[in-house]
Ligand binder design. Structure first.
Ligand SMILES: Nc1nc2c(ncn2[C@@H]2O[C@H](COP(=O)(O)OP(=O)(O)O)[C@@H](O)[C@H]2O)c(=O)[nH]1
Ligand SMILES: [Mg+2]
Length: 239
């Protein structure tokens, strides 16, 4: 890899899995490059995530822990944290490792080959997905609505396995601003990709093997708040 990699892992109450999964992520990255840093971004978890993370950081100086006292914000505080990255490539992945880590090299190779944005996808040819029927349906309609109303060409807006050229990500995140009311919810991912398409950035979507995590922080009722946000800001998203 020519560029240093800054990998962000957003967390909210992940004490049960984070020790094991951070070391899996670390060893996967070490096989790809020596030039990387990891940031764990915690939105005010109220389990023992904080003490576990502090212990992990003491042992490994490539890992940094950022804790916010407000939240859970979904992705708002994650976006705030990108400015600390020193890498030319910035990525984020979900802590539950739903996306198989075997795709990590591809994630970064696409950026090295010239993509501005590289994203794992559960809905392009070659992907394999294990998920409950209800979440499958919600995901299907969500992506279909984004394609229909905003002309998005992306098949999967929501997979937590994304990498970006640093300047591209910082540019879009600046446009998006900080939603202090946290009503944007998981739409943050979609908005990022809609704005990226509007700005004609080059996005590569590649198939991944994906398995749902044992627990999920997704709540349909809370996410429905995004509708008012989308309607209010819709002019910024049309492609
Ligand atoms: N920083 C931060 N991370 C979050 C928040 N909610 C969820 N996460 C993390 O985001 C990732 C995806 O969440 P998950 O619950 O697996 O969502 P799902 O895969 O859509 O069911 C995981 O690493 C979570 O720990 C939040 O409010 N703030
Ligand atoms: Mg998950």
């Amino acid at each position: 890899m020519k560029q240093k990699i800054s990998l962000f892992i957003p967390i909210y109450n992940e004490a049960g899995i984070l020790g094991e999964n951070v070391s899996k992520i670390c060893s996967t990255l070490s096989k790809i490059t020596k030039n990387f840093e990891i940031f764990i971004v915690d939105d005010n978890s109220n389990d023992s995530s904080q003490s576990i993370c502090r212990r992990i950081c003491k042992k490994n100086n490539k890992i940094r822990y950022l804790r916010y006292s407000n939240g859970p914000s979904r992705r708002e505080n994650l976006a705030k944290s990108f400015k600390f990255a020193k890498g030319g490539t910035i990525a984020f992945i979900d802590m539950d490792l739903s996306t198989d880590l075997s795709h990590t090299k591809r994630l970064f190779d696409e950026i090295e080959k010239g993509a501005d944005i590289s994203i794992g996808s559960r809905y392009v040819k070659g992907s394999y997905i294990k998920r409950t029927l209800s979440r499958r349906l919600i995901s299907y309609f969500y992506n279909a609505l984004l394609q229909h109303f905003f002309n998005s060409r992306i098949k999967d807006h929501q997979c937590g396995f994304k990498a970006f050229r640093r300047d591209v990500l910082l540019d879009i995140v600046k446009d998006m601003g900080y939603d202090a009311k946290f009503v944007r919810g998981w739409f943050w991912d979609a908005e990022l990709l809609l704005r990226a398409q509007k700005k004609s950035y080059r996005i590569v979507e590649f198939p991944v093997k994906w398995q749902h995590g044992k627990s999920s922080t997704f709540e349909l009722k809370r996410e429905l708040k995004m509708i008012s946000y989308i309607l209010e800001h819709r002019k910024s998203f049309y492609i």
